[in-house]
Design a protein around this ligand. Structure first.
Ligand code: HEC
Ligand code: HEC
Length: 506
């Protein structure tokens, strides 16, 4: 054993002279065991991403033999430091399948793993194995005064080419981007920084465009953007997003006495609160969607005596308005060899899902497309058409038209769909959306570009729609009126007293 250690040490020491940080034999041994147990099923036993999981995951698990790491504090094209790799293991990569290991593995275990990952690529013990670290300065406080300059830097450096005019990930070049491994890759949506892969503090944003993301089309601007402009650009990118998605659980519909004129578009919903919900790939039944194109949907609602209208909006890189779509389309078994991102023949589409009948207590229909006992009412619009209809679902394989149509409105602008569907509060089948009651509701969205159709779709869990009673809404108004009248009377009295006082003084 001692001999073995000495032999390894003899191998490592001369290389250490070049300054590489390659770990001790004990660390490598521990790293290998941890890797086998926790990482190999995604990243492959040989670290080359040759695993069963790879076909199903986008982005694909990293091929460590390439030496390409997105997250680095080193220059473009350089290797990462041990601490960089450790940080990716610790924090994971949000909105990908790369888990975070903080709290699961100890700091020293993560270090052992980082050293072990380095053994997959010959570069780490070569002449470039000791890359220079770019020090990321502490971020100055956020300054709105920077935004105008930041926007100029954003434009001058063609960030919009990929990320879109307003950062929604829908730039003109966005469609054709591929990563180093030939998989399609989408530019980050800067209006959702919680989805950034390599964290999203202001220092992280600075680091991302300074170092670039190796293995992806995201370039490095280390040479092109001046130091003082970098924080202006960071502040601009920062200004495009909230910190957190603030996911909701209830859509609160506000009532109105008037007609619901949906031709007004989003303006009709000006007073309705907005709730935002996560969308995930349908993975329960065949036709699975392993990497859905849409990851969140915003919903607002407004109702009157007889009708309800819902406004749904979501970000989508392109509008697929050719071809067709339908929840009942049959999806062939998943074939990793078939292109998963291609224009046509499927269009973008949206469905609002309701239990067909008022559920007993908290019971809700099977969230696929209903089942034999609990039917589901599906308000569906294929965005390639100018129509919306009510379908009845009794399971994914049993979706039928009811003949009923819905008033609808759809527009696509700058990377975002805005769709309104309006229907009756009283369904033929029996569901009634009463005031002050919670009605289960769910959403499904199809991204045609991602070959989504039928059961291959993005879906939401069951949430609730709550009709805020009109009485409570209007109760506030008369109260305000009385308060105003009381105030006027008071002012008048004060005025009269003053006037009297002045008169008696003269
Ligand atoms: C469920 C699958 C899965 C498992 C398990 C998994 N990973 Fe990953 N990992 C991924 C995916 C997918 C990516 C690519 C994410 C991206 O490119 O945005 C990734 C990326 C990485 C990266 C690249 C970071 C960079 O800067 O590019 C590192 C390092 C990494 N994983 C380490 C590990 C380690 C260590 C383990 C085990 C402790 C592990 N992963 C387990 C799926 C997985
Ligand atoms: C040639 C296309 C292209 C250009 C130009 C471009 N980006 Fe990117 N950017 C990408 C892609 C693709 C990704 C997604 C990488 C990924 O998911 O791994 C990305 C990701 C990002 C991210 C998120 C990083 C993360 O942790 O997920 C930020 C921030 C960003 N870019 C900022 C910028 C800024 C600022 C500019 C202009 C100075 C810019 N990008 C120019 C393609 C581009």
């Amino acid at each position: 054993m001692k001999q073995y250690v000495l032999f390894i040490a003899a191998l490592v020491l001369p290389l250490g002279a070049l300054g590489q940080d390659l770990g001790t034999p004990e660390q490598l041994q521990s790293g290998a065991a941890l890797y086998e147990a926790k990482c190999a099923h995604c990243h492959g036993a040989a670290g080359d991403a040759n695993s069963v999981a790879t076909a199903y995951l986008r982005p694909a698990p990293r091929d460590f033999t390439s030496g390409q790491y997105k997250f680095r504090t080193t220059g473009s094209g350089e290797l990462p430091t041990t601490e960089d790799i450790k940080r990716s293991i610790r924090d994971g990569m949000p909105y990908t399948s790369m888990p975070l290991w903080k709290g699961i593995l100890s700091e020293s275990e993560m270090e052992d793993l980082a050293y072990y990952l380095k053994t997959f690529s010959g570069d780490f013990d070569g002449p470039y194995g000791n890359p220079e670290v770019i020090t990321i300065p502490r971020a100055p406080t956020y300054d709105e005064g920077n935004l105008a300059r930041g926007r100029e830097v954003f434009e001058a450096n063609q960030c919009a080419d990929c990320h879109g005019e307003n950062g929604r990930g829908n730039g003109p070049s966005a469609l054709d981007l591929e990563d180093e491994w030939g998989y399609p890759i989408r530019p980050a949506d800067m209006t959702k920084r919680w989805t950034f892969r390599a964290s999203a503090t202001r220092e992280d944003i600075y680091r991302t465009f300074t170092t670039g993301l190796n293995g992806t089309p995201m370039p490095s601007y280390q040479q092109t953007i001046d130091e003082q402009d970098r924080w202006a650009l960071v502040d601009y990118v920062w200004s495009l997003s909230e910190d957190e998605p603030n996911y909701g659980t209830v859509v609160t519909a506000v009532g109105t006495a008037g007609a619901l004129d949906i031709s007004q578009g989003a303006a009709l919903f000006a007073d309705a609160p907005r709730a935002y919900f996560p969308i995930v790939g349908q993975l329960i039944e065949p036709g699975r969607s392993f990497y859905p194109g849409v990851n969140g949907i915003a919903v607002q609602a407004i109702y009157n005596q007889n009708e309800i209208a819902l406004l749904l909006s979501w970000h989508d890189m392109t509008a697929e308005v050719d071809g067709a779509n339908h929840p009942g389309l049959v999806v062939p078994p998943f074939d990793p060899a078939t292109a998963d991102t291609a224009a046509g023949p499927f269009s973008d589409a949206l469905a609002l899902l309701w239990p067909a009948e008022t559920p007993d207590g908290l019971e809700r229909p099977y969230f696929m497309f209903g089942d034999a006992k609990n039917a589901m009412s599906i308000w569906f619009t294929d965005l390639a058409t100018d129509s919306a209809a009510v379908l009845m679902g009794r399971g994914s394989a049993s979706i039928a038209a009811t003949g009923a149509t819905l008033a609808h409105y759809a527009s696509y602008e700058d990377g975002a769909w805005t769709v309104i569907m309006k229907g009756p509060r009283q369904f033929d089948s029996g569901l009634y959306m009463a005031e002050a009651a919670f009605t289960p509701v769910s959403f499904s969205v199809w991204d045609g570009l991602n070959q989504e159709r039928g059961n291959k779709r993005g879906l939401a869990a069951w949430y609730h729609l709550y009709l805020l009673p009109m009485e409570t809404q209007s109760a506030a108004l008369p109260m305000a009126k009385w308060a105003l009248i009381a105030l006027l009377i008071e002012l008048l009295l004060v005025g009269v007293v003053h006037w009297r006082h002045r008169r008696s003084a003269t």
